[in-house]
Design a protein around this ligand. Structure first.
Ligand code: CA
Length: 229
């Protein structure tokens, strides 16, 4: 069945372009031109995903996101002209699943949508954005990493990478899978990017607990290993 996307965007040109592109890729797409219409259509259509512009008439994107989150965990990708980290952090804190900075390429939007929809299929991930292990709390809502009771400053990508690995304990991910699923689009770095982030995470997590660890699986990739029982 075709996946449905609700596009919330007041710039008609951008909205039409997004709809055309998504329909060409086999999605069904609807457009809301302001925040009020967005909530109306959201409730009526129950879409699989929402692309949500931040600067909107009637209700801005943050208010729309908040209203959506009060009633559903439907994936939301924010679209915004501003690229500051603060926006991203507040967006993720408020429950957005991803964030795309304008101007964007259609290819990138599509890749992000696919990655978010794929992630949405992971049990537990859409239900909560906080994972707890022995001496470790990975909290994507507050964007905090708590190691042995202490808050450890951690850049967003490291947080997301660790969260992604830890949300499927003992599952082995290849570097390319991680690039695709965490960085979320045709990232122009290479797989060493993953290695560098893992190395930094290890410096923060090494020797903290015997119940879990970030393991290298030689020749394959990485996993968040949790001792069974
Ligand atoms: Ca706008």
């Amino acid at each position: 069945m075709a996946r449905s996307v609700l596009i919330v965007e007041d710039e008609q040109k951008i909205a039409d372009l997004l709809r055309l592109y998504l329909e060409r890729e086999g999605y069904t797409a609807s457009i809301a031109a302001d925040g009020g219409e967005a909530l109306e259509l959201f409730r009526k259509l129950d879409p699989d995903l929402v692309l949500l512009d931040v600067m909107l008439p009637v209700l801005d994107g943050w208010s729309v996101l908040q209203a959506i989150r009060e009633e559903s965990m439907t994936p939301v990708i924010m679209l915004t002209a501003r690229g500051e980290l603060n926006d991203k952090v507040s967006g993720l804190r408020m429950g957005a699943d991803d964030y795309i900075t304008k101007p964007f390429e259609m290819k990138e939007v599509l890749a992000r949508i696919e990655a978010v929809l794929r992630r949405g299929g992971d049990a537990g991930l859409s239900a909560g954005r906080k994972l707890t292990f022995d001496k470790l709390i990975i909290d994507l809502e507050a964007f905090e990493l708590i190691v042995d009771g202490k808050k450890v400053d951690t850049p967003p990508k490291e947080m997301e990478l660790l969260f992604h690995l830890a949300s499927s304990p003992n599952r082995v991910y290849t570097r390319n899978q991680l690039l695709d699923e965490v960085w979320g689009f045709d990232y122009f770095g290479d797989s060493r990017t993953v290695d560098v982030h893992i190395k930094r995470l290890r410096e923060k997590l090494e020797g903290v607990s015997e119940q879990w660890s970030l393991k290298t699986v030689w020749g394959v990739g990485y996993k968040f290993e949790v001792q069974q029982g």
